[in-house]
Write a new protein. Structure first.
Length: 84
């Protein structure tokens, strides 16, 4: 298992940086023998959820009230997973 946090500088968002990086990480993990990949994604983060779904991840579970959002209060976290 490995952990990662994903953030693209705000003035470079929307240009495909994250998609290319995510594809690279998936390929590298597969080459290194990982069998699956899982992320916890805050449910309000619709952009990240759309990205991971477009790359074959699905929501396999949701933890209620798992993240204290600065404006939305306690929000769920989705567990997103795909086989490699
Ligand atoms: C989420 C984040 C990493 C995306 O990085 P990015 O380089 O702008 O993303 P890309 O340009 O590669 O877009 C990839 C996909 O993400 C989704 N996406 C990105 N920004 C989006 C937005 N504002 N609204 C909806 N979908 C969005 C789309 O599905 C997009 O697919 P497309 O290429 O078909 O348009 C970036 O916005 C970020 O750093 N956000 C703050 C930190 C964060 O939320 N990290 C994720 C934690 S799981």
């Amino acid at each position: 298992m490995a952990n990662a946090a994903w953030m693209v500088a705000s003035d470079h968002r929307g240009h495909g940086v994250e998609r290319r990086f995510a594809e690279y990480v998936i390929d590298q993990a597969r080459e290194r023998g990982y069998l699956g990949m899982q992320f916890n994604v805050v449910a309000t983060n619709t952009g990240a959820i759309a990205l991971w779904e477009s790359l074959g991840f699905e929501i396999v579970g949701t933890v209620p009230d798992a993240f204290r959002h600065s404006s939305a209060g306690l929000v769920p976290i989705h567990v997103m997973y795909r086989k490699l």
